[in-house]
Design a protein around this ligand. Structure first.
Ligand SMILES: [Zn+2]
Length: 253
């Protein structure tokens, strides 16, 4: 019962944070303040009332349209809110009431924000990466991942950066600078084995999506796919289930 109540609390917390991350992700790349002006309809600039600021609920009640001008509200808002809630719950269910859960929540937050910026502007801004990089640099020193030392986190960071930097040089710009720096931050947060798994999973997701586009006749737009969301999916799955997957894989032999 306690587990259930805590799960619900983590989900609600995630919804609240998620709606804030939408604001951060949509405003920071445009160099706008994240507190001023208050939330408004992007189409008619009408300021939103308190009843319109409830994550998920407001969207459903308004049937996805602005009350003033009836313009469709982007599905990005409720989807990212829901995903943040889900991410927070899954982190809690995996790591319990621990420091790791607090760090995991920050990790989910980073992944959500860069997904919003990459989907909306095809950008992973330094202004988002740098604060998380500094936070993880300190927090991983205090609380390394279970069974891992701080040294391994630093090696992961360097490996993530170097590998993808080389890949970018070789592929001549096939990989964005934001993606490279994101891998460095993920390498700092995750132990090396889980970073490796992240690389594999995100490449697999990206390839599957590319195949899907190609088969549905939209292959020409392949170059336009932002890769950040795939990195986010790979990193989260790896963080939540990577050690289990590793044990399962080894048990096959
Ligand atoms: Zn409006």
């Amino acid at each position: 019962m306690l587990q259930f109540l805590l799960s619900v609390s983590f989900f609600l917390l995630g919804l609240l944070f998620g709606s804030f991350y939408n604001v951060v992700g949509l405003r920071v790349p445009k160099k706008e303040s994240i507190v001023y002006p208050p939330s408004h309809c992007p189409a008619c600039a009408r300021r939103l009332g308190p009843g319109e600021l409830i994550p998920l609920v407001s969207y459903v009640l308004a049937k996805g349209k602005c009350k003033g001008c009836h313009t469709r509200i982007s599905l990005l808002y409720p989807v990212m809110e829901g995903l943040t809630g889900l991410g927070f719950v899954l982190v809690f269910l995996r790591y319990g009431l621990s420091w790791e859960t607090m760090l995991g929540i920050l990790f989910v937050s980073l992944l959500i924000i860069i997904t919003v910026t990459d989907l909306s502007y095809r950008l992973i801004p330094n202004k988002v990466l740098l604060p998380f990089f500094l936070l993880f640099l300190v927090l991983r020193f205090l609380w390394p991942y279970e069974g891992t030392g701080y040294g391994q986190h630093l090696i992961g960071m360097a490996a993530g950066f170097l590998f993808f930097w080389l890949l970018a040089v070789v592929s001549r710009g096939g990989m964005g600078g934001g993606d490279i720096k994101l891998y460095a931050v993920i390498g700092l947060f995750l132990p090396p084995l889980l970073l490796f798994l992240t690389v594999f999973l995100s490449a697999a997701c990206g390839t599957l999506y590319g195949l899907y586009l190609w088969m549905s006749g939209r292959g020409a737009r392949k170059a336009m796919i932002p890769f950040g969301p795939f990195i986010a999916i790979g990193a989260l799955v790896s963080y939540l289930y990577g050690s289990g997957l590793g044990a399962w894989y080894l048990s096959l032999y």
